[in-house]
Design a protein around this ligand. Structure first.
Ligand code: AMP
Ligand code: MG
Length: 344
């Protein structure tokens, strides 16, 4: 199959993409978070093609992409007032809400659950495609399952060229990490995945918010993941990744003592001078967590190289936007964290 690369401002892009979706095909769509691998979320056969292309476990449900709350009303029931308030505040934007699913939503899409995830993305062309295809578009991140997400059209083609009908080239994704997921089917609402909308922003609307354990820690073998996708290894390059926590100086001392020739250091721009001889790769500025979000997945993809033995990673702290970076990096590291303050 020849994968079409469509330009967002070309006159027939929306019509071509919408026709592919209606016909049960796959179109990778730009969003502000990451590129999504889009298909008709109400057509189980189309959704099956997403699972096949990604190699995604079948119990890992999809997020349905919509144009707004009016469309959510056709997909969900018992929608609480706080869902409208969140949509008013943060849609279109990097926020996914879990709500009770109406009967007609295919079990393929919900992974067999009675709830469904919905989000309105902040990309004009993607919302036009949703509207023109007259369905809700299931669109998980357009990476191969387990690999770092795709934030450029080159990443999408690297993983899916020749396997999907088209990709719309929306340039680099602005936020760079996947949406915040909040479950509104329980009270207080529960944060299942941190993203571009921070816990503080959610609390402004919701008041109370529970943070699910899986956000910050590895679930035990007997624990059930509330977001089924969270139980899988994620975002990881093929080599081992270890987070080195602690002050700049202590972390650098630890890394210098353990560094071997084929290792890499994933660090903040501010730290580059400390790692001149350690093949460093900076993914953003510690002083501006948004740059860390935007750069993380491209960096993890660059490190996904059989020649790399080990990655020592520096991880930001705090509950703001950097919370999402911490969560992705900890998962990429399978929660292996070394406290450099306690070393030596
Ligand atoms: P992505 O592959 O980045 O689109 O991830 C979608 C995430 O949403 C996965 O972690 C899913 O487990 C989660 N998700 C989707 N639907 C639901 C649902 N109904 N309840 C809980 N989590 C969900
Ligand atoms: Mg994903």
């Amino acid at each position: 199959m020849n994968t079409l690369i469509l330009q967002p401002d070309a006159p027939d892009t929306v019509a071509i993409a919408a026709q592919i979706i209606r016909d049960g095909g796959l179109v990778a769509l730009p969003t502000e978070t990451v590129y999504g691998l889009g298909a008709d979320g109400l057509n189980p056969l189309a959704v099956d093609r997403i699972y096949e292309a990604k190699g995604r476990p079948k119990d890992n449900p999809m997020i349905l992409h919509v144009t707004g709350m009016e469309q959510v009303e056709t997909l969900c029931h018992h929608i609480p007032p706080c869902a409208y308030a969140l949509a008013e505040a943060y849609w279109p934007g990097p926020l996914t809400m879990i709500l009770p699913a109406r009967e007609h939503i295919p079990k393929r899409t919900t992974g067999g659950l009675s709830t469904v995830a919905v989000r309105c993305p902040d990309s004009v062309v993607t919302r036009q495609v949703i509207a023109a295809s007259a369905t809700a578009i299931a669109a998980p991140s357009a990476n191969l399952s387990g690999k770092p997400s795709t934030t450029t059209v080159q990443h999408v083609l690297h993983d899916h060229d020749g396997k999907i009908e088209a990709v719309i080239d929306g340039g680099a994704c602005r936020v760079g990490v996947e949406s915040t997921i909040v479950d509104l089917t329980e009270t207080p609402a529960r944060l299942l995945r941190p993203g571009g909308v921070t816990p503080a922003q959610l609390r402004e609307i919701l008041g109370d918010l529970t943070v699910d354990k899986a956000v910050t820690a590895q679930l035990g073998p007997d624990e059930i993941a509330r977001a089924p996708g969270m139980k899988y290894r994620h975002y990881a390059p093929q080599c081992q990744v270890v987070i080195v926590a602690g002050s700049r100086e202590k972390a650098a001392a630890y890394i210098h003592a353990h560094y071997q020739n084929s290792d890499r250091v994933l660090c903040f721009e501010e730290e580059l001078p400390l790692y001149k001889n350690c093949n460093p790769l900076a993914y953003g500025r510690e002083a501006d967590a948004r740059t860390l979000c935007a750069g993380l997945f491209a960096a993890l993809r660059e490190l996904d190289d059989p020649k790399v033995r080990m990655v020592y990673a520096r991880c930001p702290e705090g509950e703001g936007v950097s919370y999402a970076v911490q969560n992705r990096l900890k998962k990429a590291a399978a929660f292996q964290i070394i406290d450099a303050e306690e070393w030596g």
